[in-house]
Design a protein. Structure first.
Length: 304
């Protein structure tokens, strides 16, 4: 990374408060590109953010080494960023990061460490992009890497017989689901044909949850999906819930909230309750396997 410097080695015309605001804003940019599933833009934004952190660390180190130029008859001029007695900006105050944060950014000044940290950060950010569009539950804490408890998967398998397709999954999720076919974030299942017996825990962000639920309802009506179990929030007031409820044979409303799990962490429950929507002919089997979780509602049979 190239950094513009003044004649004495300090960064020329550098505005630290503005720089920190730009770094913070890039965090939001990365999340926005993540929601848009644009891995390339995520990479570019992460690289930009790291470069700006590196630039800030270089500027701060330059100020500590060269706090000011000599003034006529007064020794060195005081650097306003470092002059604490006058209440000028300093680390941990006045819009600047604390010492611990700058210490982390300072590691980026080592070219070898920069490459290592950059690649690790980019990989993690792109992984989050994949998580936001797979079968993970929005946990109301900003995290999306939450998986369906095994007991719900086993109950669904007992009803469906086997799971032919999970259209919103990942390799990690499918170690438990064991679907014959999955679609991941990289190969969006929305434009693909859905067939057979389906398990689905759709992405919970909009517009994806609406798109996945409407796709399932369309596939049921087209006859390509013969049976399905869908785990979603019990948002009965929404368009997407109505879309799957209209083709449902039964719905289980679990008592309490489903405790989702995450690799390396304790299980946790989101702030809203859930529903398991069943589509298919084995209503009695569904009731037998899911009544232990909570109330089972049966769809009214419409007269021809």
């Amino acid at each position: 990374m190239k950094i513009a410097r003044g004649s004495k080695g300090t960064l020329a015309q550098y505005d630290p408060q503005r720089a920190v605001k730009q770094i913070d804003a890039l965090g939001g940019v990365i999340k926005a590109y993540g929601r848009a599933k644009d891995a390339k833009k995520v990479r570019e934004a992460v690289e930009d953010k790291l470069a700006r952190q590196c630039e800030f660390a270089a500027w701060w180190d330059a100020q500590e080494k060269d706090p000011g130029e000599p003034g006529p008859g007064r020794g060195k001029k005081k650097n306003p960023v470092l002059d604490r007695r006058r209440g000028f900006p300093r680390l941990g105050r006045d819009g600047l990061p604390d010492k611990q944060t700058v210490s982390k950014w300072r590691r980026l000044l080592d070219p070898k460490k920069y490459e290592e940290i950059a690649e690790r950060t980019i990989t993690r950010a792109i992984k989050i992009v994949e998580f936001e569009t797979t079968a993970h539950v929005g946990h109301n804490s900003g995290e999306n890497e939450w998986y369906t408890p095994k007991e719900y998967i086993e109950a669904a398998r007992a009803v469906l017989g086997e799971i032919d397709l999970d259209p919103a999954s990942s390799d990690a999720a499918n170690r438990v689901v064991k679907a014959a076919q999955i679609f991941s974030a990289e190969e969006s299942g929305l434009p693909e044909r859905w067939d057979g017996r389906v398990w689905m825990n759709p992405p919970y962000s909009q517009p994806l949850i609406t798109q996945f639920c409407e796709k399932l309802a369309e596939s049921v009506r087209a006859g390509t999906v013969t049976a399905a179990c869908v785990l979603v929030n019990n948002a009965t007031e929404t368009q997407w819930f109505r879309a799957i409820a209209e083709v449902a044979s039964a719905i289980c409303f679990p008592t309490g909230r489903v405790r989702f799990w995450q690799p390396g962490k304790e299980s946790a429950a989101p702030l809203q309750g859930q529903a398991v929507v069943y589509v298919g002919p084995s209503v009695a089997n569904f009731a037998e396997n899911f009544s232990g979780f909570g109330l089972v509602w049966f769809a009214q049979i419409k007269s021809p």
